[in-house]
Design a protein around this ligand. Sequence first.
Ligand SMILES: [Zn+2]
Length: 444
Amino acid sequence: MSHVKRISGLRDSLRHIDFDVSAADSVNQITALEDLKSACAAAQARATMNLSIKRRHEHRELGVPEKRVGSGLASEVGLARRVSPHRGGRYLGFARAVVDEMPHTMAALESGRLSEWRATILVRETAYLDVEDRAAIDAELCADSTTLDGVGDRALTARAKALAYQRDPHAVVARASKAAKDRRVTSRPAPDSMATVSALLPVAQGVGVIAALRKAADLHTRTGDDRSRDQIMADVLFERVTGRAAAEGTPITVNLVMSDAALLGDSDEAAFIEDHGPFPAGIARHLIATAAGRDTRLAVRRLFTKPATGALVAMESAARAFPKALALLIRLRDQVCRTPFCDAPVRHVDHVKPHAEGGSTNADNGQGLCEQCNYAKQAPGWRSAIHPSPAGRHSVGLTTPTGHQHISTAPRLPQPDTPLPQTSTAQRTTHSRIESQLSELMAA
Ligand SMILES: [Zn+2]
């Protein structure tokens, strides 16, 4: 029996377990299954490590430059585990740590005493230490199976942290200065058509930002402003970052995709805003109405979708690089990176079939990728090709070096609830409206 068949046989055997048992046995079943999940994580780490060794060896044989040896591995692991390449990379690092450097953690994982998440905590908290210090903490916390009995996740993190500080106080300082490299600003949608913008900053800067906003709020409240302190702080943040008053609006383009049925008020299908996500149709209509007025400087670019399929219409260009308007169309069609399970924002609009191999520069042969996936795609053995899609939406077939194929289909875009008949005048009108919007966009 092949190894994979043995694993799937194990999975299928779970279906034949009798769950109609006593309460005490139910508890025992839950614990035994938890042990099995941990053991699966340990086995996955071994398989991951084997893939990594084989792939890196193959890259060296091919003469791949040393700093690019192993490129694409995070994506391969991510696709195999059905997670983003970013998480795939973490699993890769986890496998290397538990297989090579933390034998006691590995044994605890294999026996089911330690879950994958708790093992991840130990790997993470010792990541910046050298191999000996890491091995010492591994032994101290996991050599005796009872050490971590009843210890909560937070307490486990604290224990690992404390031991790491003791072992290597200098490494902690080095880690803090390395952490500053991770400073960033991110945004994510919040309920009620709001957005949360967060900044990860070195502590002094973070405290400085809040102190400056509080000071500004104090000044305003003293002059009898009727806004709350929180409201003033939010407005001041917007004003200082964009250089304009909050009430004045913003000259920044917001890319909004919605069906014309939703635009005309006949449908409430959600619209989509680039870099934000789905957006209620009613509020989108209001946004467009106010953008048309003179009071606001908010420019909303409207794009329509083909009623039958919800696909944005294709455009062609003779140039090698994607023209701005075409790249925008592709970014709006794809919404996020096209690698399956990767939620990262689109950073590159890339040829599916490379330009050097005769791939044309049009929407069909274009795909939005994040930086990491664009890089992984260039590793040896990766191929991508346009794939026919029965849903009428843009599809790309991605083949990994092992020959595993993954299909990536562009998300469904807003469209009318009931598609209009093929030959109706209404649809022809809609189509000509789409064309005129696109030519407007091309001219932009
Ligand atoms: Zn990606």
